[in-house]
Ligand binder design. Structure first.
Ligand code: NAD
Length: 352
């Protein structure tokens, strides 16, 4: 397996393999681009079927972080880590201490954070071995009081801001009262988004593979529960994917009726070319890494010690970035996804 000729290599600066015999740690850290600052990106734990699968994932994700941070105007580069293991059965204190040592060995060139399969508990274990960890400490919440280091409330707030900009652009609506929104996945981010929307007067439809999450949205927010497959075909204004990637694919696009797609999930487009199909159909797609940047902005502010007000204002800047993407896409007749990539590259170049 060659890294340099890998289809996802894209001139990564470093790709480092970590192994610890005692804990059984097998991990890869990839640093894609550190020209704007240290590479920040989550640590994913997943039972990859092969080392090749893990390598592909870490390379793809770390490149995505370079673009996400550049677009969010953060002094950060792009990186990512993957631990090969099952988060349901393979977690241990020793494993995350060893992972902390691995992160520390890069001397701050890579800063880790939570991702699929890891959370605040694992960040705390790693922070016993390295200070290059985000999301391990308690933070001040927007509304006052303290919250855990988990950045998902910031992600949810950013998606809420971005969704409003998308609705204003595509539907000409500036008031969310009565806006119909279908949310796929009401976990940490999806539920937070649902709460913001409910407070703004929107009507909600939700699906989730975990019944308890659906019940919470129905009981606490008055949402309507729908089946997993029925979420796509609803006659709603907005489809908000907040579960898994690859959700915009030929099958779902055929069923989808919403004119606006704005949600938190990473890598929503199963294939980059589908952005053109969305554009042809007159659907406005809010590029995933532009709208879901609230979490990375949160982790950055935790590290630099910025105030809660400044953090909130920075997250609200997601709305300005999206407005710029939408206007430029219209003016140039290009897809919003292509314009987001272009804007990220321009910001990378300018920020260097
Ligand atoms: P989460 O695990 O808390 O929530 C995801 C929810 O989706 C869960 O409730 C899960 O049961 C549900 N789900 C899974 N498959 C589903 C399906 N087929 N249909 C319906 N529901 C399904 O995760 P999260 O932290 O809320 O993240 C949601 C998405 O946003 C992920 O794609 C994540 O990568 C992305 N994201 C999260 C953050 C963050 O700060 N947490 C930041 C950026 C991007």
């Amino acid at each position: 397996m060659s890294v340099f000729s890998h289809v996802e290599f894209d001139q990564h600066e470093r790709v480092v393999y970590g192994y610890d015999k005692r804990s059984g740690l097998k991990a890869i850290i990839a640093i894609h681009d550190s020209r704007l600052g240290p590479a920040l990106g989550g640590c994913r734990m997943w039972p990859y079927g092969s080392d090749e699968e893990a390598l592909r994932d870490v390379l793809r994700l770390s490149r995505g972080m370079t673009y996400k941070s550049a677009l969010a105007k953060l002094p950060l580069g792009g990186g990512k880590a993957v631990i090969i293991g099952d988060p349901r059965t393979d977690k241990s204190e020793a494993l995350f201490h060893a992972m902390g040592d691995f992160v520390e060995s890069l001397g701050g060139r890579y800063i880790t954070a939570a991702d699929s399969g890891t959370g605040v508990a694992e960040m705390r274990l790693m922070s016993e071995r390295t200070r290059h960890v985000g999301g391990a400490e308690q933070r001040e919440a927007f509304g006052g009081g303290l919250r855990e280091g988990d950045p998902s409330p910031s992600t949810a707030y950013g998606v809420f801001i971005g969704l409003q900009v998308a609705v204003a652009h595509r539907l000409g609506r500036h008031d969310l009262k009565g806006l119909k929104v279908a949310i796929q996945g009401v976990g940490q981010v999806g539920f937070g988004l649902a709460r913001h929307l409910k407070d703004a007067g929107a009507e909600l439809w939700v699906s989730d593979i975990q019944e308890s999450n659906v019940h919470r949205a129905v009981d606490e927010l008055g949402a309507t529960a729908v089946g997993q497959q029925d979420i796509y075909g609803l006659d709603v204004d907005v489809f908000a994917p907040c579960a898994m990637g690859g959700i915009l694919n030929p099958q779902t696009l055929e069923a989808l009726r919403a004119p606006v797609i704005a949600g938190a999930a990473n890598n929503q487009l199963a294939d980059a070319r589908l952005a053109e199909e969305l554009q042809r159909d007159g659907r406005l797609y809010a590029p995933d890494y532009a709208i879901n940047a609230g979490g990375i902005i949160d982790v950055c502010y935790e590290r630099t010690g910025g105030s809660t007000e400044a953090l909130k204002a920075h997250i609200e800047g997601i709305g300005d970035t999206l407005a710029q993407i939408f206007q430029r896409a219209d003016a140039e007749g290009r897809t919003t996804a292509a314009v987001a990539d272009q804007l990220a590259r321009e910001r990378l170049k300018a920020g260097r």
